[in-house]
Design a binder for this molecule. Structure first.
Ligand code: HEM
Length: 132
């Protein structure tokens, strides 16, 4: 990810991630995309989960800037078939739900913002999905 992309992504995330409802709406949307996905979170403390995801997305963005991938490897492990068993095809729904929620909350969101987000997150998502 070039610095132009990372600036766009950091600024976009800054306009969204301090709003608790951003993560509420993300999970509503993500769980609404599949009954199987909703079932994975029936026993989850969603208030805690929203905070964990706030940090997880930051890890994905920092990975794109060359940060060590230790934390993403741990997520790859917890999400793998011997962990939460998160099927690889579900990551596309995750990214679609994230982009739709960013569009909803970021007043400056445009096509270029969406493209910058996709480019920034894809390598980190690939690392987690690839650990399946
Ligand atoms: C837990 C991030 C994709 C389902 C977590 C945690 C984080 C996280 C930070 C808590 C730490 C842990 O338990 O390891 C992410 C990121 C994703 C992603 C950054 C995108 C690359 C997904 C997808 C699904 C999913 C696609 C389901 C289809 C879960 C579940 C938990 C979890 C079920 C455990 C919830 C619980 O403790 O009850 N995720 N996740 N995640 N994630 Fe993800």
């Amino acid at each position: 990810m070039g610095n132009a992309d990372s600036d766009v992504v950091f600024q976009s995330y800054g306009r969204c991630c301090n709003n608790e409802y951003f993560f509420v709406d993300f999970y509503d949307r993500f769980m609404g995309s599949s009954e199987e996905i909703r079932a994975l979170f029936v026993n989850t403390d969603m208030a805690a989960q929203r905070h964990l995801l706030r940090n997880g997305i930051m890890q994905l963005v920092l990975h794109a800037r060359g940060m060590p991938d230790t934390k993403l490897r741990a997520l790859g492990c917890s999400h793998s078939r011997s962990g939460y068993n998160i099927r690889p095809e579900w990551y596309g729904l995750w990214l679609d739900a994230l982009l739709a929620t960013l569009q909803q909350y970021d007043p400056y969101f445009e096509d270029a913002t969406a493209q910058a987000w996709r480019r920034a997150l894809e390598p980190g998502i690939e690392l987690i999905r690839g650990a399946y």
